[in-house]
Design a protein around this ligand. Sequence first.
Ligand SMILES: NC(=O)c1ccc[n+]([C@@H]2O[C@H](COP(=O)([O-])OP(=O)(O)OC[C@H]3O[C@@H](n4cnc5c(N)ncnc54)[C@H](OP(=O)(O)O)[C@@H]3O)[C@@H](O)[C@H]2O)c1
Length: 257
Amino acid sequence: MLPGIKQFDLSNRVAIITGGSKGLGQAMAAGLASAGASVVITSRNADEAKASAGQIAADFGHPGIAFEADVTSQDDCERVVSETMNRFGRIDILINNAGINIRGPIEELTLEQFQEVQKINVDGVWLMSRCVIPHMKNAGYGRILNLASTLGLVGLSDRTPYATSKGAVVQMTRALGLELAKTGITCNAICPGPFLTPMNIPIADNEQTKKFIVGAVAMERWGELKEIQGAAILLASEAGSYMTGSMVTVDGGWTAR
Ligand SMILES: NC(=O)c1ccc[n+]([C@@H]2O[C@H](COP(=O)([O-])OP(=O)(O)OC[C@H]3O[C@@H](n4cnc5c(N)ncnc54)[C@H](OP(=O)(O)O)[C@@H]3O)[C@@H](O)[C@H]2O)c1
């Protein structure tokens, strides 16, 4: 008999989720914990990371630990990985979720703002991946999930820093998926459409956003946090074993048009 639903089981798996203190990262961490994983939450805010890990541990009964860590700091990335290895002895899953968005017309943005977005959204993904891969290679198993975006696949005005960064994440995912294809490690990306997380609260109520949701997203609504969990569990589990270098869109039909 084929394994079916058992392939989604994450019992005894250990997952690091960068930026797991809120929004999509917290939802994916909770999704993985609901399937049995122990989760390691990072963010630049120690209290928020701890609160998120504590809530997930209380809800699902698996260990959840937290680190204050900036994904742009090589020292921080190395510390998260070495302390996770010390605590659990393994890292099966990395979700490169930490990200920021700085919006605006190009003439109103500074080079520093453009570079800050690339540093967190691109360098951070590369650095954390580079730190976990040796451990995953030793184990002959790993799942790397990158949070790209529909804006890595299609354009939107006033988003040059963010769209550039997410296009880079799409290409990094493809290149790394190929590089790791024979190691037992997969590398895939989720490309979410609009979800009403803290990242989008500043634009949620403006008329342009409301028009966009109805005009571009086929389902004419925001994504709900629970709707990111299925793709994350798939790509983090045995169920996704023949997927690598893939872009999984979770976008209410935005990019199907
Ligand atoms: N929401 C959407 O509609 C949407 C759509 C497509 C793609 N995405 C992508 O999905 C991911 C999560 O987005 P979200 O909407 O959940 O964002 P969010 O609510 O703003 O949460 C972002 C998370 O990343 C952390 N973070 C930011 N900079 C960091 C850094 N330098 N080092 C470590 N952690 C950092 C934040 O914590 P601290 O600030 O405390 O560090 C927070 O935990 C992002 O990569 C985003 O680009 C989101």
